[in-house]
Design a protein around this ligand. Sequence first.
Ligand code: ADP
Length: 302
Amino acid sequence: GIVVIGSLNMDMVVRTVRAPEAGETLFGQGFALSPGGKGANQAVAAARLGAELTMVGRVGKDTFGGELLEIMRQEGIHIEHISVSDKLVTGVASIVLEENGENRIIVVPGANIELNVEDIQKLTSVISSAELIMLQLEMDLAMSECAIAIAHSHGIPVILNPAPARVLSDEMLSQVTYLTPNETEAGILAGIAVSSLETAKQAAQILLQKGVQHVIVTMGSKGALIVNHEGVQHIPGFPVQAVDTVAAGDSFNGALAQQLTSGKILKEAVSFANAVGALTVGKAGAIPSLPWLAEVEQFLKQ
Ligand code: ADP
């Protein structure tokens, strides 16, 4: 199966006509709690497509932590390696959504970043018996580097979704099988400005030179670009009416992992992941917008 090592957050979304000024109190238009975190989103995306999934992460000893564990369990995800902190709270994102679409977000990582190198070393057998591991950058970087090194030394393929963007060491990049930046992240990682297909290609080529095996740049409605030693392939996206782009990248990554572990060649896996991404932007929310396999098959038949 797939092992996702990543974040679990509770998103607290307040809708308001406008954000308050300092010292001001307003009445809001609505409130919702929704499970999130890139790790959780990607795990659920892959599980809904039929992958066997183990999640490695950390939550707090509080109600949000309990709810997140229960949601993961209901999705059929193995949760025994999600540990519970007795010091730190479950990760939360406080999101203020203004009527004009503007958002203001504060993320408190809490227990997520407490998962450390020592914890991951104890899970060496979980990593080495995986078919593939998948990570993002919302966790402790040293822990993530260690997990990737363990996978690499056992010949286990690694998907790294480098989000949110940060500069990574060449050593870490050289152990990544599939790197999946969006255009902004590709630019930051490669140290060049990415604003077109051409510059996305250049950024990917810089990352290949650092030792990544396959760079897959996601490009919103334009689909994705596969860049590896065999060449460059543009895999077009699926036209849809975008309702809410939240979790598009997460669903793309979950789908990519599921497809690769079910034996699909990269080009087909990426095309399928484009369809899953498109379906996700057609619906509101993060986890609520992630499609099940039957929906994707139906969509691809049309
Ligand atoms: P992120 O959400 O991480 O910034 P992208 O915007 O590149 O990443 O979206 C990830 C994937 O989701 C794209 O590669 C594509 O497959 C799909 N996608 C995103 N936006 C759209 C859109 N407007 N129409 C169709 N597909 C989309």
